[in-house]
Design a protein. Structure first.
Length: 146
């Protein structure tokens, strides 16, 4: 991973309800004083996943107030996707979507292969462990990248 100075980063995944909000919250906790951080999804889900909220609270990251948003919603609200120094895709669908912007803008896109924990586990503890794995993968990648 590159060591150039990043001033703004957009994390993206499928629905902006698990992986990208986790990444946004974790990155803001560690680097929010020096990097502008946002997240988006290819599609929208109206609610943040409660398991993502729970496992992030374990490390001091609050996601309760997160509202899921799409790339299109961000643009409709006045955000300029091309203004981000880096877009980090956390799912194959979001990587494909982010790469579409490179047809028009000079953007750096990275793909991080991060576990989607949504359908893993039959019990609450098993589900929480899957979400912890995802959280820890994101945390490790953020610390390595920034």
């Amino acid at each position: 991973m590159s060591s150039e100075k990043i001033q703004s980063v957009l994390f993206c995944c499928d629905l902006n309800s698990v992986r990208s909000p986790m990444a946004e919250g974790i990155c803001k906790l560690y680097y929010g004083y020096s990097i502008f951080v946002q997240s988006a999804g290819v599609l929208s889900n109206t609610e943040i996943d409660p398991f993502a909220v729970d496992v992030c609270e374990e490390i001091g990251v609050t996601l309760k107030k997160h509202k899921s948003r799409t790339f299109k919603e961000m643009e409709a609200w006045g955000d300029d996707i091309s203004s981000f120094d880096l877009i980090i895709a956390l799912s194959p669908a979001s990587q494909r979507h982010a790469l579409e912007y490179t047809r028009y803008f000079s953007l750096k896109i990275e793909y991080w292969s991060i576990l989607d924990p949504v359908d893993i586990g039959d019990t609450r503890n098993a589900k929480l462990n899957a979400y912890r794995t995802t959280r820890d993968q994101i945390l490790k990648n953020i610390k390595k990248r920034f």
